[in-house]
Design a protein around this ligand. Sequence first.
Ligand code: KG4
Ligand code: ZN
Length: 380
Amino acid sequence: MKILGIETSCDETAVSIVENGHNVLTNVVSSQIKKHALYGGVIPELAAREHLNNISTVIDSALLDARIGINDIDAVAVTKTPGLLPALLVGVSFAKGLVSSLNIPLIGINHITAHMFGALIDRESIINDPDSYPVVSLIVSGGHTLLVIIERDGNCTVIGRTLDDAAGEAFDKGAKILQLSYPGGPLIDKLSRFGNVSRFNFPRGLCGASGNFVKPENRLNFSFSGVKTSLLYQLKEWDFGWSELGQSVRKVIVENTVPEGKNRNQSQNLMDYLDMIASYQEAVVDALVMKTMSAVKDRNVKTLIVCGGVACNSRLREKLKIEADETKVPLIIAKPEYCTDNAAMIAGLAYYQLVSGEKDDLDLDASPSIKRIEQIPLNI
Ligand code: KG4
Ligand code: ZN
């Protein structure tokens, strides 16, 4: 069964065709990042207009790439929640148009549940192995930071969530404070490789560092607003000489190496700045790793999966691998192309929903906020 998935919840217009849940025939992502970068963040109405402009072309490229015609599609899946409402509405309306003209089923998909499926799309054997459960999933994206337990019957329970910013927001807002462009996560990741992670001390939210008491109900919850504020204050104490520093930083990004400064002062400024970035990333990553490993140990977890855009972060991947190896829990981190927003995760999950009898009518509604993490019907 070939399902065409559509994802328009934020700033990527994505279309994928997936056969029987796992065989990805094509996975096309058209990013609007450059347009939004001008404004330092995603503008919902601009996102919707861009989706509208792009969606037909992206569908055509997906069909071409998969070497099939539109009549070979058996069902259409679309992200219905959560996301930016104007952006979601474009995908949902387009999907409704397609299913009405082709007379095939429509499946509305929860974007967060789909992110979890993204980690398993090329791991069918894990889904079908009863010994893989319970699974704990760390979902780290621009809008969400959640720890979810998935049981063998697909039942999902949220056991941890952020009380303020999402991890991706901590990266993007931190990058803005550091005068880096949007989205900041990938840039912080890249620049951190050249800095000293322990040079500056940033708070690890709700981790009980410095003897701060963590309420039992917050043991698996996250907080990233403190680390961001701390960055703001630490930066105020430094005079980096932004215009010269900006040029050196661009060089690091493009050439992937730290250039010699014109003078000692300039070189030192750059090193201080890179140390600050690396230390900031380390604090965000440490909080994610600590909470995730606590969940693994508390709940006798058999598999750890990690997904969402921030799961691309190289330091997070590295530290989680070390901890998971030590704890001897199998770790599955979604492949980078299934971490950031994509439609393969939408079309893949839709197969499981459709086969277990879940489909939608033409009155399917888009909803910006998440009502609940739905059961994933993996036990089909
Ligand atoms: O899952 P995603 O593509 O969209 C949402 O559903 O939000 O996640 C986007 C987020 C952004 O905040 C972006 O900065 C972050 O993922 N991100 C990263 C990296 N790549 C993307 N954060 C840290 N390191 C990265 N390498
Ligand atoms: Zn996402």
